[in-house]
Design a binder for this molecule. Sequence first.
Ligand SMILES: C[S@@+](CC[C@H](N)C(=O)[O-])C[C@H]1O[C@@H](n2cnc3c(N)ncnc32)[C@H](O)[C@@H]1O
Length: 257
Amino acid sequence: MAADRPSAATWFADSFGDDYLALYRHRDAREAERAVAFAVRHLALGPDDVVLDLCCGGGRHLAAATRHDVHPIGLDLSPVLLAHARASGVTAPLVRADMRRLPFRSAHFDAVLSFFTSFGYFSDDGDDLAVLREAARLLRPGGRMMLDFLNREHVLAHGLGDTVDTIDGLRVEQRRRYDRDRNTVDKTITITDPRQPTAPREYLESVRLYPADALHALFERAGLRVTERFGSLEGEPYQRESTRCVIVATADHDTRE
Ligand SMILES: C[S@@+](CC[C@H](N)C(=O)[O-])C[C@H]1O[C@@H](n2cnc3c(N)ncnc32)[C@H](O)[C@@H]1O
């Protein structure tokens, strides 16, 4: 029996649960610690700074941020991942909301951080702009945003194709395709349990492949002035085939209502 086919319009509400945590367990606390250390150092975040971890997932960056002495707040849409964050000892405030409508006061935050490709999820790219406008609104004048996003050229050169792995006894098949019409990289994940006669579980991940310049332009349209572009969270300079596209921007305008 085949699983229901996930929808490209709503996949992000269905794909981040227990199976996501198992599949991406290599995206761990150590990696998060290095990412947060880079952000704290690069954005010169201090003990009084209020920082939003936008799409905080299971809370690995929140735990690291707390150790770095800033005041993090986590926001995510997934109740499963938020519960995981709390159960794993995250003490920061956690808020369940959609990144397009952030339930916070304007100019409340010193920094907004978005780690590990938590962007480009919506069928309408106007929604991606809405996310950045919301981030700009939340930042105090001079506040900074760091977005850790995939790099289009790297994905097209190295990130497509199929893999089959065994994880916890489950067969995990992943198919990665470029959809030229929608300019997205679409990953279909099919999980089969050979020990159980149950239907396979199928997930979709569909992320818009913004070229770095287009991402830059989107930030500027949202009122965020791009100050740097890195090719990794180690601070390597951005190049065409860098593994990541990390954008740092400043909220120049007074975004208070
Ligand atoms: C790739 S995961 C990254 C999670 C976390 N930043 C990390 O590195 O572990 C993307 C996250 O975005 C969240 N998410 C997806 N759509 C969302 C939305 N519309 N609003 C808020 N969060 C969303 C997911 O629940 C998931 O936790």
